[in-house]
Design a protein around this ligand. Structure first.
Ligand code: ZN
Length: 366
């Protein structure tokens, strides 16, 4: 996960467009909002235009900078943003990446040069990322903000709540009649009714929406491909020692009961000329875990995926997991975990490799 700061600004229908942009960021599958600044009002620059509302958000994402820019652009166009010739023309919404991890790219304008120039960018950003050292500037966001005169910037009393919880914020910002996946939501409503609930009850009214959203996240493996996840992170290497990554946390859903099972994966391989970035091992587990699964198949798919993309001398995968379908239904009262393994190549054929692997894994077993 990478952190980024995004500035949000509007001077057309700003009372509804700014919150709608926050809600859209909130709904985005690959963006997690962590914090939002206060909302500030500031005069427009470069013309006799209505004043702006500005804010900044701190977010976490696995999107690359270019992908994040594209996502922000699509939110802008969904909110009716039209690009005019006059760069200062009023706009429904403006979403710009201010900071992205330690990226310093003149081409992408990250860090955003406006951070040094305008209080309406720096002051909200300092509220959510004050300690962030600006790449290439040798100063923190707070230091930049402090060096600026607030001028005509004034705080707008719209929200005293800066902490955003992923579930609540959507309602907080009002877009309550929005739907995420109408067909799935209708199904969940019916399910609630069949179970004996009143789907119109206040606390539960938005549940079909939330379930549709969270299910789409929990089963996102269906829409991911191994190739895009690996994204060229395979490197030539003469190493031929066992590479092992222990305790990769994973969450999956059992296909028999649609209940979660979750635990840790331990993954090892012996390279034959090619290695893969360590973080990608966890992403590969995720591609197969984020769908309906059985643990045995999940272990096999991870092992086969590594064989396919690295063509190594061998692969070993051990997964330990607790299954809620066993724990919650009382099939198994104690906190027992299920352990599965998948061995390929030398991990299968060579007893020494296998026992080296199992020894390494063994120390991780609880
Ligand atoms: Zn089950």
């Amino acid at each position: 996960m990478t952190r980024a700061v995004v500035s949000v600004g509007s001077n057309i229908d700003k009372e509804s467009n700014l919150p709608a942009a926050i809600a859209a960021l909130q709904q985005h599958d690959e963006i997690t909002l962590i914090e939002m600044s206060d909302i500030f009002e500031s005069p427009a620059i470069g013309g006799d235009y209505p004043p702006f509302h500005n804010a900044a958000v701190l977010l976490e994402t696995e999107l690359a900078p270019g992908e994040l820019i594209a996502s922000l652009k699509s939110i802008e166009s969904a909110l009716g943003r039209v690009r005019e010739e006059d760069p200062n023309a009023p706009r429904t919404i403006d979403l710009d990446i201010i900071l992205y991890d330690d990226l310093h790219s003149a081409e992408l304008k990250i860090p955003d040069p406006h951070l040094d120039a305008y209080a309406f960018v720096a002051i909200p950003a300092a509220q959510v990322a004050g300690d962030w050292e600006i790449p290439g500037r040798n100063r923190t966001v707070a230091q930049v903000a402090e060096s600026m005169a607030a001028g005509e910037l004034r705080k707008v009393d719209m929200s005293d709540k800066k902490e955003i919880s992923r579930d609540e914020a959507f309602e907080e910002y009002g877009a309550t009649d929005e739907s995420f996946n109408p067909r799935y939501e209708a199904l969940v409503r019916e399910q609630l009714e069949i179970l004996g609930e009143d789907p119109e009850r206040d606390g539960i009214k938005r549940t079909p929406f939330r379930v549709a959203k969270s299910m789409s996240f929990l089963t996102r493996g269906y829409t991911q491909s191994l190739k895009e996840v690996i994204n060229n992170a395979i490197f030539e290497s003469p190493d031929s020692e066992m590479v092992m990554l222990k305790d990769v946390e994973f969450y999956s859903m059992c296909e028999h009961h649609m209940l979660p099972f979750f635990g840790r994966a331990h993954i090892a391989y012996i390279p034959d000329g090619r290695v893969i970035g360590v973080s990608k091992l966890a992403r590969i587990v995720d591609v197969f875990a984020r769908r309906m699964q059985i643990q045995e198949r999940l272990s096999n798919q991870v092992a086969d995926a590594l064989m396919e993309c690295l063509d190594p001398l061998g692969v070993g995968v051990v997964m330990e997991a607790a299954h809620l379908c066993m724990l919650m239904r009382g099939v198994q009262k104690q906190n027992s975990e299920m352990v599965t393994s998948a061995l390929r190549g030398s991990f299968k054929s060579d007893a020494r490799t296998r026992s080296e692997f199992m020894n390494l894994v063994g120390h991780g077993l609880r």
